[in-house]
Design a protein around this ligand. Structure first.
Ligand code: Z7Z
Length: 411
């Protein structure tokens, strides 16, 4: 491993500076096609200096994985966006689980782990599968539709807010709020500024829904609040953890399901395999997470000087991790550009890695699996019938629109 845990030598000449890249990974051009620059960044070296922003970046699997798994050196408590909370005021009160380090992190994490546990998934599965079945029937009936609005967004919106226990009205704030939070991790660019300029009504609604009295008594949100009854967390902390669910729980799964549909439409042989054996749905979803990496990037901040790939990185430096580049690093993956639903995907960093690894991954996988399985049983092929339109976000990679037509099974 090219990350040492030794303090760096005092002789800085012993550690050459990182190669420099002028790339802007938060530009529209980059969002259109990140893959070529991902390769350049991987090939440039184990760590690269992005001079446009004055930050370090890692794009190879080994370094991304190593940074994610060393929270002592690469902390989250100074923010996981470009902004350093030690220097700049965060746009909202920091998350108790995302933007903290152990031991504080672990207390919040334990509550969310329980609220999103395998036992909870077991309770949700039947209802989610039935909702997926109804959605698949509707889409087969329509034949042609938008794979993003009518499927990737529509399905999570029918199951996730109910599972959390949200009221019916106002749910239209959820996707804009998620979009805002994920844009806010980026630099002070037009995307981030616009998102913050439009934030107020979404922030107000989400904040209100986090209160215990606004959550159904049998939902995931109420379960988080129940942890306040034992004194494990305070009522105010419970509301903040519900905010985490609402921030990170919807846009991410929308992009995951969107990625899977986009992959399966571009690789018809893989749809054929899935149609022949719908039990491959979970693998098809997981491989789409690796292949598209809906969460493309986020940051850590160094707590001390550390040597990464031979370069000394000083204390208090932002390090950008390219999850999407790591998930297609040929040093780690065989034929990384191939979408293969039976690939052994374990170890991909699409859900992160280490102590902060996605706490909602079981819920995401449940949604992805049941939706893909329902479609796989009813549909023999899916065809892209119009130009896909990309959605621009500083963190999330996905489409705004994907016109598709389904061929019903047996037709
Ligand atoms: O706790 C939170 O509000 C929260 C927000 C965003 C938790 C996690 C995330 C997140 C998810 C960040 C995926 C980056 C990637």
């Amino acid at each position: 491993m090219s990350i040492t845990t030794e303090p760096p030598a005092t002789d800085t000449a012993a550690h050459p500076a990182a190669p420099v890249s002028h790339a802007d990974p938060f530009s529209m051009e980059f969002f259109e096609n990140p893959h070529r620059i991902h390769e350049e960044l991987r090939e440039a070296g184990p760590i690269v200096w992005l001079d446009r922003y004055g930050i370090y970046a890692v794009a190879r699997y080994a370094e991304v994985h190593a940074v994610l798994n060393d929270w002592q050196t690469f902390c989250s408590s100074r923010g996981v966006g470009m902004s350093d909370f030690a220097r700049e005021k965060p746009w909202r009160p920091p998350s108790l689980v995302l933007e903290t380090d152990p031991p504080e992190h672990d207390r919040a994490r334990a509550v969310l782990n329980r609220a999103l546990s395998p036992a909870v998934m077991k309770r949700l599965r039947e209802g989610f599968a039935a909702a997926a079945e109804r959605k698949a029937e509707e889409l087969v009936r329509r034949g042609s539709f938008d794979g993003i609005a009518d499927l990737a967004e529509a399905f999570p919106l029918t199951v996730f807010p109910d599972a959390v226990g949200l009221r019916q009205d106002g749910r239209e704030h959820l996707l804009p709020y998620g979009g805002l939070a994920f844009n806010a991790f980026g630099p002070d660019n037009a995307l981030r500024r616009q998102a913050l300029a439009d934030a107020a009504p979404h922030v107000a609604w989400v904040t209100e829904q986090c209160q215990r009295e606004n959550l159904a008594p049998d939902g995931i949100g109420a379960q988080v609040h129940a942890a306040a009854d034992t004194g494990e967390i305070t009522p105010a902390e419970a509301a903040m953890l519900v905010r985490s669910l609402l921030t990170a729980g919807l846009d991410t799964t929308v992009h995951g399901i969107g990625a899977a549909i986009y992959c399966l439409a571009r690789f018809p042989d893989q749809w054929a395999r899935l149609h022949a054996d719908p039990s491959l749905a979970r693998g098809a979803f997981e491989e789409a997470i690796r292949f598209e990496s809906p969460v493309q990037t986020f940051f850590r901040t160094t707590t001390r000087a550390v040597v990464v790939g031979g370069t000394t990185v000083g204390e208090g430096q932002k390090v950008l991790m390219f999850l999407g580049a790591a998930n297609r690093d040929p040093r780690r993956w065989e034929e990384p550009e191939r979408y293969d639903i039976s690939r052994r995907t374990s170890g991909h960093v699409g859900f992160g890695s280490g102590v902060h690894m996605c706490v909602g991954q079981l819920l995401a996988r449940l949604e992805g699996e049941v939706m893909l399985a329902a479609l796989a049983r009813k549909v023999s092929a899916i065809e892209i019938t119009g130009e896909p339109v990309r959605k621009y976000n500083n963190t999330l990679r996905g489409l705004a629109s994907l016109p598709v037509t389904l061929r019903p099974a047996g037709a």
